[in-house]
Write a protein that binds this ligand. Structure first.
Ligand code: LER
Ligand code: MN
Length: 280
């Protein structure tokens, strides 16, 4: 039985970001039809693939499940960001119809994730607060996320709340804020998701941030300070992985970085660096 980190008591597992299509500089490495990206991820040696779903209303989870089973890899998570990017939906929208559609989309994400035995990443779809009443909008986000949390609990699907840097989000930008939000709302199946790129901007000490999350940390994105593939620049991954080991982290470490010098090549270099140096 997998736990909320998708782990079964073994070590960390490596995942790679993928999508049917994405903008040229989006931090998504493998692109194309599911059959192709699944076999490519497995061929490079990844344990799992993280799917940025373009349209959850059109998504065929059963097909992806069979492809992954045949290739011998898992799905680490389904990413809900495209609800916001492509459809303009957010849980914080003033228009109740738009906020409800965002919530409906997230419910479908949970149902699809249940079939794939993976988690759901919730980031940009939370929406921005802007100049509105912070407390009121956070309460609105919390109310919507409580429903998603309950659905996740019923279906054994962990919800990963990603802490995102201040230039892309204006709430839950740090590990501490995200831990407090989860605890304050008493969520049962919602966990912290950290990303080394965002942490490099927001956290005084990435290791301290990881320790602060402890057992609430259930998903990791890795990229350099420049968002190039891990190993390209100067981020101290030794410190990050030492802290992860210290808290007993056994979840997915997913490579979400710029597709440079090309998505497939970045995926290969990241895996080589991470397996040789930090994840065995
Ligand atoms: C956005 O910068 C990011 O890190 C993504 O994981 C959000 O879906
Ligand atoms: Mn991320």
């Amino acid at each position: 039985m997998a736990d909320e980190r998708g782990g079964e008591g073994k070590g960390m597992k490596l995942a790679v970001t993928a999508a049917p299509d994405a903008g040229p500089m989006a931090p998504i490495l493998l692109r194309g039809e599911f059959a192709g990206i699944v076999s490519e991820a497995a061929g490079i040696g990844y344990d799992a693939i993280e799917i940025h779903v373009p349209d959850i209303w059109e998504f065929d989870a059963d097909n992806l499940f069979h492809l992954c089973k045949a290739a011998g890899i898992a799905v680490s998570a389904l990413v809900s960001g495209q609800l916001f990017v492509r459809k303009g939906l957010s849980l914080s929208d003033d228009d109740p119809a738009i906020a409800a559609k965002a919530a409906e989309g997230l419910e479908l994400f949970v149902d699809a994730a249940a079939k794939l035995e993976c988690g759901v990443i919730v980031g940009w779809v939370r929406g921005r607060i802007g100049s509105r009443d912070r407390e009121a909008i956070m309460a609105k986000q919390a109310a919507a996320l409580r429903e998603i949390d309950a659905r996740g609990r019923e279906r054994n699907v962990p919800i990963y709340l990603e802490a995102i840097n201040r230039y892309e989000a204006d709430s839950l930008t740090t590990a501490g804020e995200t831990v407090d939000f989860i605890r304050k709302n008493g969520f049962a199946s919602t966990y912290v998701h950290l990303d080394t790129f965002h942490m490099n901007i927001e956290e005084f000490s990435p290791a301290k941030a990881i320790r602060q999350c402890g057992p609430l940390l259930a998903y990791m994105h890795v990229a350099e300070n420049t968002r190039y593939y891990p190993g390209h620049d100067r981020l101290d991954f030794g410190e990050v992985f030492a802290a992860l080991r210290e808290i007993g982290y056994n979840g997915f470490v997913s490579v979400e970085c710029l597709p440079l010098p090309g998505g497939s090549e970045a995926a290969r270099r990241a895996r080589e660096f991470l397996t040789c140096r930090h994840v065995c």
